[in-house]
Write a protein that binds this ligand. Sequence first.
Ligand code: ZN
Length: 686
Amino acid sequence: MKKMIYLIVAMMMVMMVACNGTKKEKTDEFKWQTEQFADLRVLRYQIPGWDELTLKQKELVYYLSQAALCGRDITYNQNYKNNLLVRNTLEAIYKNYKGDRSTQDFSNFLTYLKRVWFSNGIHHHYSMDKFFPDIQTDYFTTLLMDVPPEQLPLKDGQTQEEFTEEITTIIFDPEVAPKRVSLDASTDMVEASACNFYEGVTQQEAEDFYAKKRSDDLKAGNNTRISYGLNSRLVKKEGEITEQVWKLNGMYHPAIEKILYWLEKAATVTETPEQKAALDKLIEFYETGDLVAFDDYSILWLNDQNSDIDFINGFIETYGDPLSMKATWESVVNFKDKKATERTIILAGNAQYFEDNSPVDPEFKKKEVKGVSAKVINVAQLGGDCDPTTPIGINLPNAEWIRKDHGSKSVTMENITYAYDQSSLGNGFLEEFAWSPEEIQRQREYGFLAGNLTTDMHECLGHAAGQLLPGTSPDAMKNYHSTLEEARADLFALYYIMDPKLMVLGLVPSMEVGKAEYDNYIRNGYLTQLVRIQPGKDVEESHMRDRKLIATWCYEKGKEKNIIELLERDGKTYIRINDYEGLRNLFGELLNKIQRIKSTGDYETGKELVETYAVKVDQELHNQMLKRYKKLNIAPYGGFINPVLTPVFQDDTLSDILVTYPDDFTGQMMTYSNEFSYLPARCKND
Ligand code: ZN
């Protein structure tokens, strides 16, 4: 399941005013954006509050940050089996090429390398499509010929010419691995996806394998609530299907061994017994690969509420698998922003109110909302699938039964949203796409608060709300699951951002905050998010589908009453909300509909909803958006350079850990590849 909100970069670009309503000045001395290439821009984030941590806390963060870097190669290999081969080859060229580096061709080569780093592989991190270098294969061959053979990942007995043929095909052939994750339900999605979670098995075989495993476990009286397939690759060899488990002495052993080295050090400097218990259990999970241990760990992690430092490290999110079973490796190390957390404490403390008063049919509501905990954090290290591109909010664990029985932990990553905000001041986006000066003004005044509050509610209330009817499988929505789940969480947040209760709770100064969010959400869902899609393509990514579903459905349903209106001015299309209360009612209606679909496992209705409203793009409108956006010269996707943590010793005793903020993306990526690469270029995959 997918529980991460991705930032609509474009949406955040417009926010110029802090929560307290005072105008933020652009901080000149810190360079928030360092460079831009292809459709990507490289940003930096700061770690506010670092100096308030104790030395022991800093030490803990440091060990966890090292563990976060040790799994980087796993993510590459999971995304596609030849990613490490490609990365190592490109880096060998980067290190060894003696020819002219000032040419356009070499610059295009570098852009390709940077794109590979940015996406942890050869597929776009968001669209999942394979991307290509803007150079000829002949030129690529000359680059390769400059590299001493011993610097290249040649197979035994392979000549450099044979290697060149092999790697050129992998990189340049559009027929080879065209898509990392295919969600096209009319195909065999496992075979159509290049991700490295299945080898030699069809979708049907994979589904049958886990269905049988579950029924065998049921007969044997074993725990059947585990997340089947979460930490393994499914392989058919000589007619037999087996799992290659990612664990110590299993697949990815060399990287996992290093992760464990740092986690064990971290376990010596924990803040609380609860944190220690969780960390020890995570170590056990890495050692055994036992999915029951993983669930135990998730519960212990939930119980760790009093520590300031927190982290995610492991096989967590299943975006990368078309069957949403197998999890990609990721890590986020963070600590609590105590001041900002007051906001989420109020929300979480009123979780039952929000559940009881939601516009959902009573039978689908939780009688008792359990343990919704939420906090605002500052990130100190990103790793794996969360690096360089990161979510801005996370809600975990993903296992439905744990969420129901034990609750979930929800975080908003404030220093990341702040970095997006700062890096995008005054880029002209809002002025281009908003209909009126009032809308722009409202956005400037309340947008930052509205965005953060909506994220808080999406994560800590939205995902935690509602319940399945007895007997409904949590996997019933299959390939539509993520879109519908994200839509459900968004709708919950949208419904309540306009609730006067938020004023009573002191969370918003006026209902203008809700209006700002509505303007922004509809404008983005209907119009501006289209700028992130290639001409002629459908909407594929779950969060984008979710937003399109909501905006389009509400536009269509509200047509008769003119609740949302499309307008033209100087040949440009705009969208305007005429009736905010009416729109709120539509959000409520759709929330109820989607909750019903999920609660009853009504796959057909869910499918119809998504296919009708969330997928197809109006070509003419799309072209217009792309044209207007191009003029602004803004890259739609942001990713981050991590700060560097450096231990300082006095007479062999740790005296401090210093933070520096490097500004060279290439330098950081090369450092990571030199110092934290633990899997071979030709990962044997067993
Ligand atoms: Zn979500």
